[in-house]
Design a protein around this ligand. Structure first.
Ligand code: DGL
Length: 274
């Protein structure tokens, strides 16, 4: 990978591949490195300190591979680690590099989708209890009601290959009922976890047609495009050779077997030790 200066994309495991898929479709010209911390995933129930420590290690590794810009394509890491990395770590370790998350760009746009002014946000326990979405959405859309719900069974079901099973249907229906009972005016549901698009078929099955379900990938990809347009100094540092390299902290064959369902194309990864 010598001589390239790629955009780094990080997730706790596979979920960030749904975001990377949208980014690669919209901005195919750049070089990219994806790192999934599968050995320590899921992050969803871990403490602020642990998520920060793990995420920072992964960001530093991506910097060491030449990435001037890293996207945390993980809501849990964006909610629990991004601010500290941006405010405390970056000035000390790499002041000219940038780390961006997925929460702010999503919050900036999601309010435009609702007509009833009522949005449901589904995420991991970590993302929901951080309150980040509520705070950020209210920053941009003060009049919108935000109802959050943690769906702790969804990531394990997906990671265990059960996304199309009756078990997944059971938990999807249960959680959607809970959300809509507490917030019956909801007309827009944000999938605030990068894994959840894999449950889209099941989610649609249990929702009336008038409720729209919004995955983050396309929103984050648009926002990255706008960011690069606004920051020519960063754009000038990223190389445009169209390469994609995939790394995982766990077994590479295992990663490759699961990754294509998220990325929508075959993936060949290498294992790294951080
Ligand atoms: N993909 C992560 C997210 O968007 C969830 C997976 C995890 O808990 O590690 O929050």
């Amino acid at each position: 990978m010598q001589g390239i200066s790629p955009i780094g994309i990080f997730d706790s495991g596979y979920g960030g591949l749904t975001v990377f898929r949208s980014i690669a479709a919209l901005l195919p010209e750049y070089d990219y490195i994806y790192l999934g911390d599968n050995a320590r995933a899921p992050y969803g129930n871990r403490s602020f300190e642990t998520v920060h420590q793990y995420t920072l290690e992964c960001v530093k590794w991506l910097f060491s591979k030449g990435c001037p810009l890293v996207i945390l394509a993980c809501n849990t890491a964006s909610a629990k680690a991004l601010r500290t990395i941006q405010q405390k770590d970056l000035p000390a370790i790499a002041p000219d590099n940038r780390v961006l998350g997925v929460i702010r760009p999503t919050a900036e746009k999601i309010g435009n989708y609702t007509r009833s002014n009522s949005i449901g946000v589904l995420g991991t326990k970590g993302t929901v209890t951080s309150g980040s979405y509520e705070i950020e959405i209210h920053h941009f859309f003060p009049g919108v009601q935000v109802s959050q719900l943690a769906c702790p069974m969804w990531v394990p079901l997906i990671e265990n290959g059960e996304a199309k099973s009756a078990g997944a249907d059971f938990f999807v229906q249960k959680n959607l009922n809970e959300l809509l009972t507490s917030a019956p005016d909801t007309d827009t549901i944000l999938l605030a976890c990068t894994h959840y698009p894999l449950l889209m078929d099941s989610i649609r099955k249990y929702l009336p047609e008038n409720i729209q379900v919004i995955p983050q990938g396309p929103i984050v990809a648009d926002s990255l495009k706008e960011y690069l347009h606004r920051h020519p100094e960063m754009l000038a540092r990223i190389t445009a050779g169209g390469s994609r390299h995939f790394f995982t902290t766990d077994d590479a064959t295992d990663f490759d077997n699961h990754a294509s369902a998220f990325f929508g194309a075959e993936v060949r990864s290498e294992q790294v030790r951080l």
